[in-house]
Design a protein around this ligand. Structure first.
Ligand SMILES: *Cc1c(COP(=O)(O)O)cnc(C)c1O
Length: 433
């Protein structure tokens, strides 16, 4: 990259005065009336809450532009409502609800009025920058329905903060997270009938932010589209926990210091598929990402990774997970597991250890019978227990008995977190829709 990050950001300013740089054709579903546009410009501006702290000039430039405004929402409901699938037929991410939420942004006008419309295709010019240079950031979160029919989100502020961090890293605009949460609630309420009431089911929400400028020039997008789609999903393990096997990947890395592995960018995921297929070819469910010559354990597939290890000398049990050193995605479930462990396990003598540990150290603990259990965490499965890890021709057994599908800690965590999801435990993490 010949121009510095800062320089490229300051170019955002020039888009305001150079209309030729703006996309000539906006996505078809996003055309708006002249009147709507004028209304937008009259809206009082709100200060940004989550602009990057390191890029002062951009912050100053964007401060005067409108942020996302829930009160400007317009809703067009579908005339062809979809039929609801029986819950047992739901496949993750295959079917979507009736509607979608879209909010356009331009460098000159800021965030435009949010719209809920029928779920539909986007129409984008083939030269749109998202297709060429991966200007894409996304989130994964869920809406849950409790037995009383009340709907809630789980720590949505975390997803909003993370999407802002992801977006600003690739020169996409920041936004007011609280405002997007309000709009997501509105959207979820509208498509509420798609959320199965049974425990374990939920509505998976996929906020997506893309650069929409029509240009092959490599630079900050002068326009963007933030949209949210929703997919009803069933339990990750319909018949209860199923412990998975992992292959430690030693020939490829997912993330590196100074890279973008700690951001939820689309560009991070496509390169992970081949190592995952390679692992599958050798009979493993997923791959385990290691880093460096030391072979630090980082993440499993698209989940954070935890290990319960008894200390060789003190005999204390520690809950280990890799630290947020830039190579780890800051999982909302990871953070929740750590918080719950500090609150509920530490008083029982546990240690919580956010620190680097190597595959060799884990294998040694396994050999000495000190590796009690391992599990992955993420919004899709909440907790995914691990039976064994293939590593350099060895098989590392992770502490489960032959007939056991989950360890005690994985089960506890899953129970606690699902309890909060489905309103069995009242908790500040649960946000009413
Ligand atoms: C999304 C994701 C996670 C899990 O994050 P949650 O917020 O807990 O769902 C972990 N690792 C990677 C690489 C991810 O993309």
């Amino acid at each position: 990259m010949s121009r510095s990050y800062l320089l490229r950001h300051s170019n955002l300013l020039s888009y305001a005065s150079k209309p030729s740089n703006l996309p000539r054709s906006l996505p078809q579903c996003l055309h708006r009336t002249q009147q709507q546009q004028q209304l937008q410009h009259q809206r009082p501006s709100k200060p940004y809450s989550t602009t990057p702290t390191s890029i002062k000039s951009q912050e100053a430039a964007l401060k005067t532009l409108p942020d996302i405004s829930p009160s400007s929402l317009t809703t067009t409901t579908t005339t062809t409502p979809k039929s609801i699938l029986p819950p047992s037929e739901l496949i993750f991410g295959r079917t979507f609800t009736d509607h979608m939420l879209s909010i356009e942004w331009t460098a000159s006008a800021g965030w435009l009025a949010p719209r809920i419309t029928p779920y539909q295709n986007l129409s984008l010019d083939p030269a749109t920058c998202v297709f060429h240079y991966a200007f894409e950031a996304f989130e994964g979160m869920k809406a849950y329905k409790n037995p009383a029919g009340e709907i809630s989100l789980f720590r949505p502020d975390k997803n909003m903060a993370r999407l802002n961090r992801s977006a600003t890293r690739i020169a996409l605009p920041a936004f007011d997270g609280a405002a997007l949460i309000e709009l997501i609630k509105e959207f979820v309420r509208l498509d509420e009938r798609f959320i199965p009431a049974e425990k374990g089911y939920s509505l998976y929400l996929r906020p997506t932010l893309i650069g929409t400028q029509r240009t092959l020039g490599v630079g900050p997008p002068g326009s963007a589209l933030l949209y949210v789609i929703a997919s009803p999903v069933g339990p990750y393990y319909p018949t209860g926990f199923k412990a998975v096997s992992l292959e430690a990947t030693t020939y490829a890395v997912r993330a590196w210091p100074g890279g973008v592995g700690d951001r939820k960018l689309g560009a991070n995921y496509a390169p992970c598929i081949v190592p995952q297929l390679q692992a599958a070819k050798r009979g493993f469910h997923q791959n385990l990402w290691l880093f460096g010559e030391e072979e630090y354990v980082t993440e499993v597939g698209t989940m954070n990774f935890f290990a319960c290890v008894r200390d060789k000398t003190t005999g204390k049990v520690g809950l280990y997970t890799a630290p947020l050193d830039g190579t780890i995605l800051e999982g909302v479930v990871r953070d929740s597991v750590l918080d719950l462990a500090r609150e509920r396990l530490v008083p029982q003598g546990w240690e919580v250890r956010e620190e680097r540990y190597t595959m060799g150290w884990l294998a040694e603990a396994a050999e000495e019978g000190r590796l009690l259990e391992c599990f992955g965490t993420g919004t899709a499965a909440v907790v995914s227990p691990v039976r064994k890890i293939g590593w350099r021709g060895k098989m590392v057994e992770c502490g489960l008995k032959q007939d056991e599908e989950a360890g005690e800690t994985a089960s506890l965590m899953k129970g606690w977190i699902d309890g909060i999801h489905y309103g069995e435990e009242k908790h500040k993490w649960s946000v009413k829709v």
